[in-house]
Design a protein around this ligand. Structure first.
Ligand code: SF4
Ligand code: MG
Length: 336
């Protein structure tokens, strides 16, 4: 398969008064042409920072470390000049943000916001671009697009605004679509519709999708492959079926256990992962999950777990998978 994106040893820090927060600590993964890749993890694990880095929109006090590489079609976008970045963003790669309300321009009619990109990236004149904007609104399922195109964001409901943002993102048929928690702010029915819409458009346009989510339901629905992130590092990656049916990392086990189940009918308390992620100003020497892991062994506190490869590109970074490591479980933690 042809790779459209290669993220190599991505490291991103935020400089705060308390110190340097190492939000992303050496993340590497690929995105293949036409595939949907999900990045999952709890909030604060580095998912959104990773997605913003792919768009090269990390702002101060954030900093992408020098040895990081984000290769798009063979070129490192972190070395792009202003003009190249402008072509890349919107023309090649587009992003749907978590919250449409803060991402749309409140003072500009939605049609104009869609048309703008078409004028810049597709060389259309204003009339053509506005006609295309109407088509896009129709495509994302907004009723009466001819009227809606002349309305402002505040005249749309939350779900409809999210659709408008998708229309903006997809107007130029991006080859790579980054969707950061695209349905979190929406109610469940609309969430399902938006996911269907992204899937549909992915098939129509043939783009690759990177979807950032903490919702494993969304992952099962849309993703071909999954990357699980914890404390700024990848702990497991593999094909979606592998991650769901044959997970190898205790954090992935915990995430899967935390999925709400309809069949429990509230009789059983929802499983939550106890404890909090480590302080990324002073990240732990060993495994980042150690303080919350009931399988923690001595070595886990001392050394970063090595990455183990199973079949089909399925990898996990956990000492449990090492055949020669003494399984001296540290009862002290008692994390169940
Ligand atoms: Fe748990 Fe150790 Fe694996 Fe980390 S390396 S997830 S602490 S068993
Ligand atoms: Mg986020």
């Amino acid at each position: 398969m042809e790779k459209i994106l290669e993220v190599k040893n991505l490291r991103v820090s935020y400089h705060t008064y308390a110190g340097e927060v190492q939000s992303v600590r050496g993340i590497s993964f690929d995105v293949e042409k036409g595939e949907a890749l999900a990045i999952v993890g709890e909030s604060g694990c580095g998912k959104s920072v990773t997605s913003r880095a792919i768009m090269s929109i990390i702002e101060k006090p954030g900093e992408i470390k020098k040895d990081s590489k984000i290769i798009y079609k063979g070129e490192n976008i972190l070395e792009f000049n202003k003009k190249q970045l402008q072509n890349y963003r919107g023309g090649e790669c587009a992003m749907i943000f978590q919250d449409a309300l803060t991402s749309l321009n409140p003072t500009m009619k939605v049609g104009k916001q869609i048309a703008e990109n078409l004028v810049i990236h597709r060389g259309m004149n204003r009339k053509q671009a506005m006609e295309e904007a109407v088509k896009m609104l129709k495509l994302v399922g907004i009723p009466n697009p001819e009227t809606r195109v002349n309305q402002y964001p505040h005249e749309f409901s939350g779900g409809m605004r999210q659709r408008v943002m998708i229309a903006i993102a997809l107007a130029c048929s991006p080859k790579l679509l980054i969707a950061d928690e695209p349905t979190t702010a929406l109610d469940v029915t609309i969430q399902a519709q938006i996911i269907e819409l992204i899937k549909d458009l992915q098939q129509k346009i043939g783009s690759s999708v990177v979807i950032i989510t903490h919702d494993l339901g969304v992952v099962a629905d849309i993703a071909d492959r999954v990357v699980v992130i914890y404390a700024g590092q990848i702990v497991e990656k593999g094909r979606t079926e592998e991650i769901f049916y044959n997970p190898k990392h205790p954090y992935t086990w915990a995430l899967l256990n935390a999925v709400p189940r309809l069949d429990l009918e509230n009789k059983q308390e929802l499983y939550t992962i106890k404890g909090t992620p480590p302080d990324l100003i002073a990240p732990p020497k060993g495994c980042g999950f150690a303080q919350r892991c009931k399988y923690c062994m001595k070595i886990c506190l001392e050394q970063q777990p090595e990455n183990f490869t199973f079949e089909d590109g399925h990898e996990a970074a956990c000492w449990l998978n090492h055949p020669d490591v003494p399984k001296d479980n540290i009862e002290f933690f008692n994390n169940d």
